[in-house]
Design a binder for this molecule. Sequence first.
Ligand code: ADP
Length: 505
Amino acid sequence: ATTERRTVKETNKTIRVLVVDDERDIRDGSQRIIERLGFEVEVAERGSEALKRLKQKQFSIVLLDLKMPGMDGMEVLARIREIDSSILVIVITGFATVETAIEAMKQGAYDFIPKPFEPDQLRIVVNRAAEKIAITHEAQRLARERQRTLIDLDTEKSRLSTILQSLPDGVIVTNSQAKVVLINPAARQMLELPDDMDTGLEIGAYIADEKIHRLIAEISQGKHIDYDDIGPQEIETDQQRFLLLKVQPVLGERNECLGGVVNLVDVTDLKVIDRLRSEFVAKVSHELRSPLSTIHEQLAVVLRDSVNAAPDLNQGILTRAKEKTHSLISLISDLLDLSRIEEGVICREPQPVQLETLLEDIINFLKARAEIKKQHLVLTRPETPLPPVQADPLALESIFGNLITNAINYTQQGGNIEVRVEPAGINLQVKVIDNGFGIEERHLSDIFKRFYRVKNDQTRFITGTGLGLPIVKQLLEASGGMIDVESSPGTGSTFSVLIPTQNTV
Ligand code: ADP
């Protein structure tokens, strides 16, 4: 109970009360009673004096005797309201003046107390007024707080939009109807859109590439939610700039699709560097190839002639030198192939190719190699003729030549290699299956990278450049096909290739 009283007193402290009465007993008695409630109290004898005090200091409650000599009580009330309308005025009235009290209430007095009054009655009205003040303060505090959170929200919003405005990456947000709801200045600049082009149109109005805007529309409409990752797409603008574009669905709380967000990065400079690098490699390889071939041929001649002419010569050293130059020449050929594929010159116009015949030819050619290792190399094909694929036959030879050579190289003596061709929708699928060394899971994503070779006890002595699979991959991409690999060490590897039977590129 004591703590409760103390809290009341403490909150009351901020409340200042002015008692205005011409009767000294009432004035002083009231002051004492109210002070004991914990309020700060001052007194005034006359209306005019009260008004003077009110102008000097802030009071929350005024106890006002309506019947005083001098200024009329009603008049004083009106003036107090003028000075500060939030002051709660409690009028003190005699029995005879109940009507005046009602009139005073109409004029804005908060409450009244009839004269003579008991101390308890006084405590009740003053406390009631104090409570009203506390409630008003609390309401004002809440209103201020609400105002502040609104301001915070507003600044948060403008901060986000400032960040988006100055982001160097392009950002476009679409709604679930694939209409653009936000596009930042970087995106506008990258897509070369006029400054006054508004949001609100379909995505196709902003991005010309049909395949890309269809993809964005589908993602915005929630058609690809289940795919974890839709790989980055590349587009070329009219100004020959290259943009890398990533689209993600924007998901709501219940995983429903609300639209899409597109991120754009200008990769033109990177592309230029990449092209310069390819050109450099192509140039160096080209320059190296003829002198190396000459050295290789000369070594062959020296080796052949030395057998009779100079039997003391160390044949082993010469043979190894010849082998090394041979691997260097094949490395250079691979590098040249890769550069040409990158420039897009190696893949000629696709034409109808009877894939099973082409595979048969390659297998016949490579059979001798497999036989040296006593391996079984077979082609499995359906009895009915297959539809022709649409591709460059030279590219196909390089693709399957590489894959089957790899299978022979990375399979032990006496192993089995099967090349299986069958239809798969609008594609033909070719699987090159071996029961050889296999590849550990952790290498699988790297073997298609340039120069990547798996090094272990089984592969150490197999020569290679690490360029075969990157060439295969590039050629397939250029022909609208794709490649996948499944493998486990000790069991073998299966490289699966899809090639379209209809023209897609
Ligand atoms: P290279 O054969 O010249 O080393 P590739 O790019 O053709 O280069 O192959 C990269 C690596 O992938 C090889 O070094 C080898 O470790 C692994 N690899 C490729 N094909 C197979 C296969 N059929 N079985 C096991 N490992 C393979």
